[in-house]
Design a protein around this ligand. Structure first.
Ligand SMILES: Nc1ncnc2c1ncn2[C@@H]1O[C@H](COP(=O)(O)OP(=O)(O)OP(=O)(O)O)[C@@H](O)[C@H]1O
Ligand SMILES: [Mg+2]
Length: 248
């Protein structure tokens, strides 16, 4: 276990999270503090509750007990405000080949939550979307329909969409699942850059070969609980997670 953080940006205390209509909560009595600008890797076996944890932080699920504060906001009461401050790259996505939006349209959608209803993007929105496309090296694909891209290219577009939001916290659920090794290293570098500029990065991943060369917080989950919460160097992450998830 690691020393506590004086002013956590994500502060979960004794929370229980349940899916609508489910008999039992998935997350049970979970407490976790994450500081601003931390780079966090969340691991654990399939069904451990990793996606549920990200969606709890993002205010998308029903917290039945406990307290959850994100960026100083009460997640249970201010979920919309929380989601304006967080990016969330989802685990599973699929675009119909005929989806009528280009890459630049999809990246601009990252600004919509901040823009509000019936407002057209203005100069800062175009700048943020262009910068996000540049960071992910997507400029050459800007005018291509999203449905005609490869799975890995689409995954980069979704990461760019969330970067365009300029979030305080970036939640990513297996963002490397479609990416080749070089692209994983490239995207990992982008995430390291935003984290060193103060954006908190919280990433679920089963891929450990392209992590930034530095100390990271490792959170290992199982059966809706945290089994390990520690800081270790990225080179030790795979062994650390493997030790915690060996089938007994
Ligand atoms: N929409 C849902 N309704 C009810 N239960 C759900 C729902 N989504 C997930 N669960 C349950 O919550 C538990 C945790 O699921 P979760 O998706 O958080 O796991 P995970 O750790 O992200 O797994 P994976 O590595 O396979 O993505 C599982 O038992 C799953 O069946
Ligand atoms: Mg998941």
């Amino acid at each position: 276990m690691v020393a506590d953080i004086p002013h956590p940006q994500i502060e979960l205390s004794g929370i229980y999270t349940a899916y609508m209509g489910a008999e039992l909560p998935v997350i049970r009595d979970l407490s976790l503090n994450i500081g601003k600008g931390e780079f966090v890797m969340v691991g654990g076996p399939n069904g451990a509750g990793k996606t549920t944890l990200l969606e709890t932080i993002n205010g998308m699920l029903y917290i039945t007990h406990g307290s959850a504060r994100v960026c100083g906001l009460d997640v249970t009461k201010q979920g919309v405000e929380v989601r304006k401050r967080t990016g969330y790259v989802i685990q599973s996505f699929a675009f119909d080949p005929l989806t009528p939006f280009t890459v630049e349209h999809v990246v601009m959608m990252g600004r919509y939550g901040i823009l509000g209803c019936f407002r057209n993007p203005s100069e800062p929105d175009y700048r943020a979307a262009e910068e996000a496309m540049r960071m992910l090296d997507l400029e050459d694909l800007a005018e291509k329909p999203i449905g005609t891209l490869s799975g890995g290219q689409q995954q980069k577009v979704l990461i760019a969409q969330n970067l365009a939001k300029k979030p305080d916290i970036m939640l990513l659920d297996e963002p490397f699942s479609n990416l080749d090794l070089c692209t994983r290293e490239f995207v990992s570098g982008v995430l390291e850059d935003i984290s060193s500029q103060g954006c908190t990065v919280c990433m679920v991943s089963h891929a450990f070969d392209a992590l930034p060369d530095k100390d990271l917080r490792i959170v290992v989950m199982d059966e809706g609980c945290i089994r390990l919460n520690t800081i270790c160097h990225s080179s030790e992450v795979e062994d650390t997670i493997r030790r915690m998830t060996v089938v007994s």
